[in-house]
Write a protein that binds this ligand. Sequence first.
Ligand code: FM0
Length: 322
Amino acid sequence: MLGDKITARAHTNIALVKYWGKENEELIIPANSSLSLTLDEFYTDTSVQFDETLQSDEVTLNDKTVEDIKITNFMNIIREKANIPYFARIESTNHVPTSAGLASSASAYAALSAAGSKAAGLNLSEKELSRLARRGSGSATRSIFGGFAAWNKGDDDETSYGYSIEDPVKMDINMIAIILDNQPKKISSRKGMKISIETSPYYNSWIEQTKADFRTISDAIKNNDFTTLGKTAELNAMRMHSLTLSSDPSYLYINSDSIEVINMVKELRENGIECYYTMDAGPNVKIICRNNNINAITKKLSSRFDENQIKVSGPGEGIKYL
Ligand code: FM0
């Protein structure tokens, strides 16, 4: 009921086929479909309560009051859908290492969509929730779902939505995140992808490549083929990063620590420990591996990095109300 305090939990996700570029910036319609794995270790809990006595939305993030026009704009979408004029009290706690570049906007907007829409009296399906989450941050579209999830590109608000590919996940797959920099990124993904789509001469090839990668990884999931999934995800990530290098101005998320981790992964592989790397819009590296190799990989990483920089995670679940 309107006035009830509703709390939802959403987990973050890491893309295996990356989203990098928008066809429509206002509606957040992407230039390509993407595919991800939701992780159990990193999540956001958000509660929303509408209150007719409030003069504006009151937002606290990890117990700190924040003013964020993006959140107000997002709440306006919910107000419009529910046809209510009231502001809300929003409390959000991120169980993601602070600004670790672990796609906290994905879990944040997925949790806010679920809690906000229900608190406003809306009863949205998961597909509708994913379309709503998309308006906050593209990657949030996929965080409504657990396990392997995808975001269908579509070409308007109706047809651009998230869906489950497989949950629970059958494949033996984990991700080890190596936190190399916990500062907010200099070039946000929003800005970075805009520069890429507008200036990289390779952008069209990227779009063609992501279509092939999407098919390859979907098949690999069906066939429980870890090797093909890992290889393709690694290539897809590096091809996304090559768009940043080939943009004007050129920019780079990869730093010298990232390169060190990449080389460690290659060395591990040469020694028979099968693992692959992926990276998003920041220097942190995520290593894709099987259960029985976690120890060997974390041992190697600990020779160079601090224990609290290394976070192991398995597949996580979709949105839930607490
Ligand atoms: O997650 O401008 O969702 O597919 O993480 O808010 O829609 O923060 F590697 C980059 C995420 C992009 C790939 O972009 O952008 C992926 C990325 P917004 P997001």
